[in-house]
Design a protein around this ligand. Structure first.
Ligand SMILES: Nc1ncnc2c1ncn2[C@@H]1O[C@H](COP(=O)(O)OP(=O)(O)OP(=O)(O)O)[C@@H](O)[C@H]1O
Ligand SMILES: [Mg+2]
Length: 510
């Protein structure tokens, strides 16, 4: 042990304050379960012979690792117990290495703990992300669901959650719903018995389902805009322990479907009505033909009786003469009306001809106001007799009759009933307007006026204006409507004028 390396070795050991004993060269110890390793003098000499300091370091590191790997503490304790006869220096070296091992162990343990904690954090983060993903997916599912969903809590059914479909159903955003009671928000649900059903579901836990529930979801009064038809299911809503804590409502809004079905039903009945009217039209034509003869006879008899009375020098103011004159006039008018009706009902292919506007207006007024006996409006016509247009007289008469009737119907309850029909020339077109003093058109009505089946009348079909637009556009004109500032509204349409000055051979339709 006099080599240079042993000196170095001793110096290292001495620096650690452990080497003062004769056995110090064999004091580097590490143990493993069931055995131990030690550097004895021979190993030390081998190291010295090799003369490489690095071996000393390697040996120290190896022993440290071994003592850590193989539960060095326990082994070292056993070892020291078995070598009680060892001197203090030997034990000090053992303690020194034990301390080294403990420190290394602690460092490694800390590293393990750090790794464990990092792994735990990674697992927790992955779990949190999974839960968040699940929650987001569930949330999206709820939000995108075409079914409406809502959770109400407690026996008072206070809204806790609603999805977008529910917001659309009730036409209110969720911040106006959450925290409020169902009955307070939708008073009509109380009246139709929905709250008692929810009470029952909450109390018994038995789900309830209903189809085609018609419900008004307005807050203050039964506003028809909030009228909906729904298929609805109410489930008990339970907490983690299975206790019922609320009601989960879910369902579909089938209002559009029900409206469409109603519309089809209405259209079917209207179609039946049209078929009936069409049959009536054919009958009216025959009827008119049949009635025309007795009416002509009545008027002829009245005229003859009038002449006879006059020949018998009855006074001009004799009531009999007056009555006969009236009979003659009435029967002529009746015949006239019947002739016009026959033409209206006749199905003819469209034929464009030069027509006098004033005659069309005159005919339309006679036909259009036929059943407005005591609610007849005051009529003002301002149409130059010379104003001509190129048109199918029957079709334009149909347009005018609908406009006149619409106006008269709109003014039925008005205090003043004034109907103005005017026509003027604008360039090579004739502009015809029908103005009334009725209530005018609402914004909604104005937007959909010329669409088919738009009506506010119980018996109306809502096709008059849409047919009128088709007719006018087929004539190369335009039809429009606007409200008048002083009340009422005006419908206006245009027709082409004949290109060359035209001479009318017959002016009347009848
Ligand atoms: N002069 C008017 N004043 C107020 N509202 C009107 C007037 N003219 C039309 N309307 C509104 O426009 C709707 C559509 O009119 P349209 O003539 O197309 O159908 P309708 O008169 O209801 O039925 P029909 O098919 O028997 O004519 C009417 O129901 C009415 O609400
Ligand atoms: Mg109409």
């Amino acid at each position: 042990m006099h080599s240079e390396s042993l000196v170095v070795w001793r110096l290292i050991a001495r620096a650690s304050g452990c080497l003062r004993h004769r056995h110090s060269e064999c004091a580097l110890v590490a143990a493993r379960r069931g055995g131990f390793f030690m550097i004895d003098r021979g190993w030390a000499q081998f190291i010295a012979k090799r003369g490489e300091r690095v071996w000393i370091v390697v040996t120290g590191a190896l022993l440290t690792i071994l003592s850590i790997r193989y539960d060095g503490f326990e082994a070292l304790t056993t070892f020291s117990a078995a070598h009680e006869q060892w001197e203090l220096d030997e034990l000090l070296v053992i303690v020194f290495f034990a301390g080294l091992c403990a420190t290394a162990l602690l460092v490694l343990r800390a590293r393990d703990l750090r790794r464990e904690s990092a792994a735990r954090t990674a697992i927790e983060t992955a779990e949190r992300l999974r839960v968040e993903n699940d929650r987001d997916r569930l949330h999206n599912l709820f939000e995108q669901s075409p079914s409406f969903m809502a959770i109400s809590r407690g026996p008072e059914h206070r809204f806790e959650f609603v999805n977008s479909a529910y917001e659309a159903l009730v036409q209110r955003s969720r911040d106006r719903l959450i925290g409020r009671e169902v009955a307070e928000l939708f008073p009509s649900v109380l009246r139709i018995g929905i709250i008692p059903i929810m009470d029952e579901v909450y109390r018994t836990g038995v789900p309830y389902s209903a189809r085609r529930v018609r419900v008004n979801l307005s807050e203050h009064y039964e506003d028809p805009r909030f009228e909906r038809v729904v298929n609805w299911v109410a489930h008990p809503y339970r907490d983690a322990e299975g206790r019922i804590i609320g009601v989960f409502s879910e369902g579909t809004d089938i209002t559009d479907q029900v409206d469409a079905e109603d519309k089809v039903r209405r259209l079917t009945s209207e179609l039946i009505h049209v078929a009936r009217v069409s049959a009536m039209g054919t009958m009216a034509s025959t009827l008119a033909h049949e009635l025309n003869q007795p009416l002509t006879a009545i008027s002829n008899y009245a005229a003859t009786a009038e002449i006879v009375c006059k020949q018998r020098e009855a006074a001009q103011d004799d009531p009999i003469v007056g009555a006969l004159t009236a009979i003659k006039g009435a029967s002529l008018r009746a015949g006239d009306i019947i002739r016009r009706l026959r033409r209206m009902c006749a199905r003819e292919t469209a034929r464009t001809e030069v027509v006098r506007i004033v005659d069309l207006v005159d005919d339309a007024l006679k036909l259009g106001l036929i059943d407005f006996a005591e609610r007849q409006p005051e009529v003002k016509v301002s149409v130059p007799p010379s104003l001509l247009a190129l048109a199918d007289p029957i079709q334009i008469q149909q347009v005018l009759v609908n406009l006149v009737r619409n106006s008269a119907e709109a003014m039925a309850e008005s205090p003043t009933r004034m109907l103005r029909i005017a026509a003027t020339r604008i360039g090579n077109m004739v502009d015809i307007s029908v103005q009334d003093s009725g209530p005018g058109l609402s914004g909604d009505a104005l937007a959909r006026l010329f669409e088919p089946f738009t009506t506010t009348k119980a018996g109306g079909m809502g096709v008059g204006l849409s047919i009128s637009r088709t007719i006018i556009e087929a004539h190369g004109g335009r039809i429009s409507a606007h409200n008048e500032p002083e009340g009422g509204c005006t419908f206006r349409f245009s027709l082409r004028m004949p290109e060359a000055p035209a001479v009318l051979e017959t002016s009347r339709l009848g």
